[in-house]
Write a protein that binds this ligand. Structure first.
Ligand SMILES: [Zn+2]
Ligand SMILES: [Zn+2]
Length: 143
């Protein structure tokens, strides 16, 4: 899938276009994503993210390896990305049409509170499994 899809923040100050790696979205249950989004982060791994409205972008470095990009005007959660630029997860709900993304994955399930659960049939990964995955990805030259 190489189709470029458009999206933006609530107030329209930030617009973007990105190419989803797959037409699939994953949910992150970690405590940071839940606090950052006010729910859970539903995200789509994307490449070639093009932005308009950079002056409205806020960037918060939330861990040693990751940062969160949001609109400073309206507060919309837009992207989680690796600080080295090797991976960007775009908020599925920031796309103009999120209805085509298949919900396939749930991550940081070890941090998920017991008071909610999704009924979708998904594959699940714990936080340590995810961090190992991204640490590998960080150095693609060496496998
Ligand atoms: Zn905005
Ligand atoms: Zn998270």
């Amino acid at each position: 899938m190489a189709e470029r899809l458009s999206g933006g923040c609530l107030c329209g100050a930030v617009r973007f276009a990105a190419v989803p790696d797959k037409s699939e979205m994953g949910v992150c249950h970690c405590s940071m994503c839940r606090r950052w989004t006010g729910g859970v982060l539903m995200a789509v791994g994307c490449s070639d993210v093009q932005l308009e409205g950079r002056e409205a972008l806020g960037i918060y470095k939330s861990s040693d390896y990751g940062e969160r990009v949001f609109c400073k005007a309206c507060g919309t959660s837009l992207f989680w990305r690796m600080s080295d630029g090797s991976h960007t997860s775009v908020s599925a709900q920031a796309f103009d049409d999120s209805s085509e993304f298949k919900f396939t994955t749930e991550i940081f399930v070890d941090e998920q509170p017991a008071n909610y659960a999704f009924a979708n049939d998904t594959s699940k990964m714990t936080g340590p499994e995810v961090i190992a995955y991204f640490t590998q990805q960080q150095d693609p030259q060496h496998g």
